[in-house]
Design a protein around this ligand. Structure first.
Ligand code: PLP
Length: 461
């Protein structure tokens, strides 16, 4: 018997805690992962769950604009909601700022769309980058080096030198070898970069298991921090942890914060070297899902305050990705057709898993564009690709939903960044900001990418 999976499958396709690996290799029963599907009443009152969306005069509206004015109903459109991303960022800042000297550095690996990132930067957010490619993006967007936290393993010597000479705010170190390389580059440049040491403060779980390449055990991190603090070429500022994924449990976040506080206090007491920064990483659940589960980001701030409130001189850093970007895009899609199989009704959508990676059975809840009075029933939603993937199982929708198309929510994080030119057309992509829609990607853009990557010119076909 496969063990039932009740938590979310994680982004990398690994399985949640407590799930036997072998079970993941067998087909799972339908509809076994992810949060419960939205009820009809949750859908009809979607505004309560996801403020930019509402039903006006029998039609879905985005920020008060009827969908029919944003999308012509053909093909599909991934629509980013820049103002929602900003609101999500502000909600974190407003929750933590009363308790902490805090910086919010959004993890851009979840979303590279410049219209969304520039809105966040204008609102005061910093960024977290995980590679040289991402650093180049942040640089081109004009992010001030003082607002960049750099993670990721093993930078090239040229990249390390550039980061150091630009006085990038904080560089993360994840091994002795990285420390030595950074020291070498710093000595050559006669500069002293500010560094954090990456630690896994919580017991291993399935996401960051004992076999994960990332982070160090608290003992190893302590040793590495001693090396960094004793180095003439590095300035050890503190500890970095990113060990949560889709966390909707403030108590777990509180335990992470508490453990980080203990490590900081132990280190400072033993060595007399003050560490001013604790970076608690990202890993907080998509905002609307967190709130649906009965929590707010304020509960996370309160848990951190309880764990760390008595620590003087502390600068807190947070690196949210999914929380900021997850519900800041919707996928508007036509339905290509319907299929009945094994007693279940399937809606086959234009938008595909080449944009929306199937991370759980309920990753992208569909809303009807027109919530008609028709009888509502259960549908599975999937794309037409030759993969047994699905976008959402067990959705409650009006019987005639296929005629009007669907709006999939939760499409903002880890989607376009991982888009591939595989199997089926990508949707158009647009950013909505301040009521104005700007298209950033369309069929011509897709065909240009096909030509560049594969050498096939689709022009005129
Ligand atoms: C991916 C990542 C984040 C963001 O994670 P989310 O789960 O999207 O919040 C933050 N910090 C680091 C180091 C990461 O690798």
């Amino acid at each position: 018997m496969p063990q039932p999976i009740t938590a979310h499958a994680s982004l990398d396709g690994s399985v949640p805690p407590g799930t036997a690996t072998v079970a993941a290799l067998r087909p799972l029963p339908l509809g076994q992962t992810g949060p419960p599907g939205l009820t009809r009443s949750e859908i009809e009152n979607i505004h309560d769950l996801l403020a930019p969306l509402s039903y006006l005069d029998g039609e879905l509206a985005v920020e008060g604009i009827p969908v029919s004015r944003l999308w012509d109903g053909s093909g599909s459109l991934l629509l980013y909601l820049a103002d929602r991303a900003v609101d999500n960022y502000r909600s974190i800042h407003q929750a933590f700022a009363p308790h902490f000297d805090v910086s919010i550095n959004c993890a851009i690996k979840a979303c590279y769309v410049s219209g969304v990132l520039s809105a966040l930067l204008e609102a005061g957010a910093g960024v977290e980058v995980a590679s040289e490619l991402e650093w180049r993006m942040a640089h081109r967007l004009g992010v001030n080096p003082g607002q960049i936290v750099v993670n990721g393993m093993f930078r090239s010597p040229e990249h390390a030198r550039r980061l150091i000479s630009q006085e990038t705010h904080l560089l993360d170190i994840d091994s002795d070898e990285e420390l030595e390389r950074l020291e070498f580059a710093a000595r050559q440049l006669g500069m002293r970069p500010q560094v954090l040491v990456r630690v896994n403060p919580l017991p291993a779980d399935a996401f960051f298991s004992d076999r994960s390449k990332l982070g160090l055990s608290p003992d190893d991190a302590y040793r590495l921090l001693e090396r960094a603090a004793g180095s003439a070429h590095l300035e050890a500022r503190g500890l970095h942890a990113h060990q949560l994924s889709r966390c909707a449990d403030p108590a777990l976040f509180g335990r992470l914060a508490e453990r980080m506080g203990e490590l900081r206090a132990e280190f400072s007491a033993a060595t007399g070297a003050p560490l001013d920064t604790l970076d608690l990483g990202g890993g907080i659940e998509t905002r609307y899902l967190l709130e649906r589960a009965g929590h707010t980001i304020g509960d996370f701030a309160a848990a951190a305050q309880e764990a760390l409130g008595d620590q003087p001189g502390l600068h807190l850093l947070l690196e949210p990705g999914r929380y900021v970007f997850g519900d800041a895009a919707i996928g508007l899609t036509s339905v290509l057709g319907t299929k009945r199989r094994a007693g279940q009704d399937w809606l086959i959508t234009h938008i595909g898993c080449n944009l929306l990676p199937p991370t759980s059975d309920r990753a992208y809840p569909p809303l009807p564009i027109r919530p008609t009075g028709e009888t509502w029933s259960r549908f599975h939603v999937a794309d037409p690709t030759p993969a047994p993937s699905r976008l959402h199982l067990d959705a409650t929708l009006p019987g005639d939903a296929a005629q009007h198309g669907l709006a999939l929510i939760g499409c903002g994080a880890y989607t376009a960044v991982r888009a591939s030119l595989w199997s089926t057309d990508l949707p158009d992509i647009a950013v909505l900001r301040g009521g104005r829609k700007t298209v950033i990607f369309d069929r011509a853009g897709q065909d240009a990418a096909v030509k560049t990557l594969f050498g096939i010119d689709l022009d005129g076909i």
